[in-house]
Design a protein around this ligand. Sequence first.
Ligand code: ZN
Length: 152
Amino acid sequence: MENRSFYNEILTEHNVRPEFKHDMEDADIVLEGVNPSCGDDIFLKLKTDGDTIVDGAFVGDGCAISQASADIMLGMVIGRKKEEALEMGKIFMKMIKGEASEEEIDSLEEASALRDIAHMPARVKCAVLGWRTLKEALLGEDADDDEDDEDW
Ligand code: ZN
């Protein structure tokens, strides 16, 4: 795939110079997301105002894919309505499962750099950790935390 090195550059850039990996003292939602199969462990921090995600950050440790994915995700969802963020998460999950259309993948902006994960089953949980944690943070008790949840 000719774009492979371009995608790798995006992921590397988000690892070396993450924009949102820092503490956030006044977050009103803080949630830990763990992927035991790889050892990824993040704390997602969100500041919300009604239905809008006004700011966000994360701290923690993990592999390059989990950290880059969380950083890219925050860049996409900050400033959006919660339901728009959840919709993006749904499309992201579709892409990771190899079920998204080219148009849907394009709509994911930088997160489309993770499209190849569809061919790397062992890394799927790394790529979706940030998004899963976001969904749980936004929906709270209503989020289905079933690992095999087909909806995501
Ligand atoms: Zn990982």
